[in-house]
Structure formats: C-alpha cells, structure tokens
Design a binder for this molecule. Structure first.
Ligand code: COA
Ligand code: AMP
Length: 625
C-alpha cells in the first residue's frame, strides 16, 4: 500500500488502523474501545484493554522461539566491556530484579526514579518496573542534583535506582554525591535505594537505606508480569518547558506499545531479528523508545552503547560498532555526525570498516542542517533520514516512511506527516496558512496512540501548555512550514526551549540558576547557533547597582553555577555583562532580537521596544568589530 493510502486510512479510519496494529501484540484483555472520545479533548486509546509491556518486549519472544537470540548487546568502549544478553537471560534478570523491587515495597502504580549511566542494569530496571506495573522515571545522568531533586519531589517515588558512577570519555563521574544531595534537597534522605557498585568506583560505605544490586539479586525471586490497563502510565519522563519547572510527560502503556511496534517496520524498515542501534541515552525519549522499548517489542537486537561518537577512542567508534554487531539501522542526533565529520572530514576512518550491514541512518532530536545530511549520505552511501518528534509524542510525527514507501528526500525537511498525525500549520489567530508560509506547527486532535496522555499530577498544565492555544489542536511548540508537496519544515521553537547537542533545555531553568548569584540583578539566556552542538546557551547578566566585580571571575562563577545547578550539558558558551536588557514596553525581554544579533543576522528594531539604545549596547558586546 502506498504512503498516501495508508496515511488516509490512518486519519479516516483510526479505529481500524490502530486495531490492526494492536493485534501484533499480546493482550490479556481485549480493549473495549480503540479510540475513546468520551472525555475529549483527553482522548484515550484501547480503553478497557489490559496488557503488560515487559511481557510483550521480553517474555513473548522467549515463548515464541526467540529466547536464544541476543536481545541486548552492551558495548562499552569506556570500560572495555562487551556483553550480550539473550532474551532468555534478559527475562531471568528482569524477573528477578522485579522481585527485588517487590521486596522493597514497590507495587503497581508506584513510581521509581532511575538515575543511571548507560549500563545494562538501567535497561533491566526499566523493564522490571514495567513488569510489575510500577511507573519508572529515568533522569538523565548529566543533570545536576537540583534538577534531579525537582523530579524526585514531583514524582514522589517509592524507591530510587542508581549507580556509583558514570564514565564520560576518560573521566569517572561519581553519581552518589549528586544523588545524596538531590534526596536531601527533596527532603527524602532515607528513600530506599538500590545501587550498582561499578568496579571503576566501588561503593565502600553503603547508606543505611541502600542495598547493593548484586547482593539484592542473589537473594531475589523471579516474579511474573502484572496486567495493567492500556491507559495506565508506563513511565513519566520529564522534559523542559518554558519555565524552570520540568513537565512530567505521562506515557500510557497500551498505545505506546502499539505505536512503537508499528514504527519499527513502517518507519525504520526493520524486521524481528535485525540489529537496531539508537546511539542516544536512556535518559532521553529517544533512548526510552528506541534503545529499550521499540526494538524489544519488535524482537530485534538492541545495542546499549556506553561511549561517544568521538574520543572513545576515536571517530571510527560508530563504524566499529556497526561492523562488529551487524547493525542494520542506526538512529542518532545530527550533532553526533557533526562531531565525527569534524574529526574525520574525508571519512578515512570509515573506509577501514565494513559497514555493509547498515541500510539506513535516521537522525532526530534537533534540526538537521543539509550540509551534515549530505556529508552523511555521501560517506555512507545509504538513505539518511531526518525525522521529527519530541518527548511528548514518543515517536516520529514526520518522517520518510522507509518501510511503507521511501519518498524522495528534501534536505532540511523531515519529509511528511507520519500516519496517525494530522499535521497543520496555523497562524496566530488559528487559521491555516497557505503552503510554504511559516506558522505554528500543530496536530489536529486526536493524537495517535503512544502520545502523552497528561502531565504527571497536573492535567491543567497539560491543557494549558498543549491544548488551549488552538481549540481542537495539539501545540507542538515548533514553528515551520508545510510545502506544496506536503513536506514539513521545522524551523524553530515558539517558546524559550533550546536544543543543545540534541538535549532539550529550558532557558528558564538556566536563568533561575544565574539569578541565584548574589551580584546578578537580572538575566536572560538565549540559544545561539553553534557549529557542533546546533545551539549553545549564551547568558546576559545585569549586575546589582554598585557591585564591584572582576568580570573574568564572575563569568567563571556563573558558568559553574549553571553547571552545578542544571548540569554540565547546559554549560553556557559565554556570559555577557550588560547595563540593561532590551525589553518591550510591557517588560518582555526581546530574546528573538538578541538572538539575531548574536547569530550575526539581520534584525529589525521591534516597534514595541522600550528603549532602542539598549540594542546598541548588546550589539557592541556581541559584535565588537
Ligand atoms: N553524565 C554526566 N555528565 C555528562 C553526561 C552524562 N550522562 N552527558 C554529558 N555529560 C557532560 C560531559 O561530560 C560534558 O562535561 P564537561 O563540560 O565537563 O566536559 C558536558 O556534559 C557536555 O556534554 P556534551 O554536550 O555531550 O558535549 P561533549 O563535548 O562531551 O560531546 C558530542 C559532544 C557531540 C560528542 C556529544 O554531545 C554527543 O555525543 N552528542 C550526541 C547527541 C545525542 O546523543 N543526543 C541525544 C538525543 S538523540
Ligand atoms: P525532545 O523533546 O528533547 O526530543 O526535543 C524535541 C524538539 O527537538 C522538537 O520539538 C524540535 O524543536 C526539535 N527537533 C526534534 N527533531 C527535530 C528535527 N528532525 N528537525 C527539527 N527539529 C527537531
């Protein structure tokens, strides 16, 4: 069936379309309604149905003859370790760790925070939660204690799972001081924890509320999968919004499993048994969906890579992994390719490896510049697919559907709306703009299965942030174009979210950090173009009257403040001290104009500006020549 036909079916007959997809999974109780509109605009999928995601991702394959196949390959150049887990082995470990969770009082519906590096225990933890119907919330290891604490307070977990350290290139990063600080900030110092003691940093003093992973597993008894409602949450994943308070995206179990399994053959063109590699981190949505759940739901072999695209040990790392494990499909962020290109522009390291198993490269997480796309196409000689999605959707909203019908590529566009997504572009009054004109990218409700069902504990914020702006539409937060061929072009965010090396950050959170410095009276953070990371934060500070500072010292303190309060991934490129911030007469900071100045672009002095002279000062600070 062509893309056009399948797409039309998904929009006109969503019940039929998604029921067919759902039949590829095992349900313990069939759903009563495929699309439940009874509480619109809070749509639900597969209401009344029951299933278990872990059963579908692991046990089902053990029962259907895939037990000996590799489910998970842990490849860790930073520790020199490599280990393959068959589906049988994974089932055993997950079932026993689910037993550990139970003995520590974790039950269906309870939350479990997972703050871990890229080690197999992290994946086992996620699946074990899902096995007993507990709701996991993975927090990216690059976030600082304060960010972790905010998530702990919001999720109110029964238990936390962590490890002694992460490894960043050559450096060992101790995790436990961050964890302890976060639990103290959150006021839950005695929260039970299970800790993995890694040989690179063995745990010597075990906190009274902690048990070590290995010891707990020795005594553990395997437990079986627990049925949950399709509409029950599988996980919460916090993502950055406009304010410093992150949004807890709630992922409903049934729709998630159905949609992700569907994407594996329809979008990525892979089949059960194939080796699939998402070079991301389990702390991000890409890691949740495409390191853990989708490849396992589909019976693939998934790769858990603890390393970087460059420096572990060199820019051939990706090619080595592809060759060694026979990877068929690679998914990563454009930044990773920019980093590889910078080290090996001619692709000499690539030529030393046989990567003939690789059929497609998928890129997402940030806008993919055509230059990087073409470089990858030329060097790899395979289709390179830019696709667009976000934490809230959990899977691609626009893509080149390789398993349905490969469409021609337009560099800079993530191609067309994926079946299930009725993507429109609206002006600020809610009217559809003409093809080729820029506007707010929205999706007409209902969103397809697997998208967020609410924000954890805050349905009002879910409504306000996503559903209230345009009645009947989901606001993606992105601005862009739909062209005359139906191709979507995602150009920028409409809010204060920035994207640094594929990591989504809130400028609000960075501003909150800068504002804690005693010399700072006022501040603003913008994202500026960066050749490697796509964007980088740039901070502006206005000092308290009379503050006498050594500017170099102040800058370094402010950078350190951001690193220790938000995390090293948010490190600002620079801090600029200014006398005033440019504002509108109503007091809104003119971030868009500041950004244009910083990116050396043409800009117009906004009519609403309070005092145009302030822009001269910004210009002078950023464009001294
Ligand atoms: N735990 C602790 N610290 C972490 C971390 C983690 N999981 N991830 C990153 N950091 C730290 C880094 O060590 C670095 O610290 P430093 O400033 O002290 O050196 C800082 O955060 C910035 O990290 P990063 O943005 O990754 O920059 P980098 O210079 O170390 O590496 C790239 C640059 C391009 C190689 C890297 O960003 C990359 O691999 N990007 C791929 C993007 C990606 O996977 N995105 C996921 C979404 S699909
Ligand atoms: P995250 O929720 O961290 O996955 O970030 C989602 C945001 O990243 C989107 O809303 C976009 O702003 C941006 N993004 C992701 N993929 C793409 C893409 N292919 N092209 C342009 N922007 C993208």
């Amino acid at each position: 069936m062509s893309y056009e036909e399948l797409y039309r079916q998904s929009i006109e007959q969503p019940d039929r379309f998604w029921a067919e997809a759902a039949d590829h999974l095992e349900w313990s109780r069939r759903w009563e309604r495929v699309l439940d509109v009874s509480a619109a605009p809070y749509y639900q999928w597969f209401s009344g149905g029951e299933l278990n995601t872990c059963y579908n991702a692991v046990d089902r394959h053990c029962e259907n003859g895939r037990g000996e196949q590799a489910a998970l390959i842990y490849d860790s150049p930073v520790t020199g370790q490599m280990r393959s887990f068959s589906y049988f082995e994974l089932q055993d470990l997950v079932a026993r760790f689910a037993g550990v969770l139970r003995t520590h009082g974790v039950e269906k519906g309870d939350r479990v925070i997972i703050y871990m590096p890229m080690i197999p225990e992290a994946v086992i933890s996620m699946l074990a939660c899902s096995r007993i119907g507990a709701i996991h919330s993975v927090v990216f290891g690059g976030f600082a204690a304060k960010e972790l604490a905010t998530r702990v307070v919001d999720a109110d977990p029964t238990l936390v799972i962590s490890a002694s350290c992460g490894i960043e290139g050559q450096r060992v990063i101790p995790y436990l001081p961050l964890l302890e600080e976060a639990l103290t900030i959150a006021g839950v110092e005695n929260l039970p924890r299970v800790l993995v003691s890694r040989p690179q940093l063995p745990i010597e003093d075990v906190h009274p509320a902690a048990v070590l992973w290995d010891q707990a597993m020795e005594a553990a008894e395997a437990v079986d999968c627990v049925d949950v409602l399709a509409t029950d949450p599988l996980y919460i994943l916090y993502t950055s919004g406009t304010t410093g308070q992150p949004k807890g995206v709630v992922r409903p179990s049934g729709g998630h499993a159905v949609a992700l399994k569907w994407t594996m053959d329809h979008i990525y063109g892979v089949q059960p048994g194939d080796v699939y590699w998402a070079a991301s981190d389990i702390g991000w949505v890409v890691g949740h969906s495409y390191i853990v759940y989708a490849p396992l739901l589909h019976g693939c072999t998934t790769i858990l890579y603890e390393g970087k695209p460059v420096g572990t040990p060199d820019a051939a790392a990706f090619w080595r992994v592809i060759e060694q494990h026979g990877v068929k499909c690679l998914f990563t962020a454009p930044t990773a390719f920019r980093a590889i290109r910078r080290e090996d522009p001619e692709g000499e390291l690539l030529r030393q490896h046989d990567i003939s198993s690789l059929k497609t490269l998928f890129l997402a997480g940030e806008r993919c510049d055509p230059d990087t796309l073409h470089w990858a196409e030329n060097k790899l000689e395979i289709p390179v697919i830019d696709h667009w999605w976000q934490t809230e959707s959990g899977w691609a909203m626009a893509a080149n559907p390789m398993g349905i019908e490969p469409l021609s590529i337009k560099a800079g566009s993530p191609t067309v709306a994926v079946p299930g997504y009725d993507i429109r572009v609206l002006d600020d009054e809610g009217m559809e703009v003409a093809d080729g004109e820029t506007g707010n990218i929205v999706a007409k409700l209902p969103l397809p299965p697997g998208n967020l069902s609410t924000l954890w504990g805050d349905r009002q914020r879910f409504f306000d942030a996503y559903l209230s702006r345009f009645d009947g539409y989901y606001l993606t937060g992105d601005a862009g174009i739909r062209d005359e061929d139906g191709y979507i072009w995602v150009m920028s965010r409409i809010d204060d979210v920035i994207n640094v090396a594929g990591h989504r950050l809130s400028t609000g959170a960075l501003e909150e950090a800068l504002a804690t410095h005693p010399d700072v009276a006022e501040c603003a953070v913008i994202g500026v173009e960066d050749r490697l990371k796509g964007e980088m934060p740039l901070g502006f500070v206005v000092l308290n009257a009379g503050a006498e500072v050594d500017v170099a010292q102040l800058k370094s303190e402010l950078v350190q403040t951001v690193r220790s309060q938000v995390g090293p991934i948010a490190t600002p490129r620079d801090i600029v001290v200014v006398a005033r911030l440019p504002k509108t007469r109503s007091g809104k900071i003119l971030r868009g104009t500041m950004r244009k100045i910083a990116d050396l672009k043409e800009y117009k002095v906004p009519a609403t500006i309070e005092d145009p002279a302030v822009l001269d000062e910004i210009n002078e600070a950023l464009r001294p020549d």
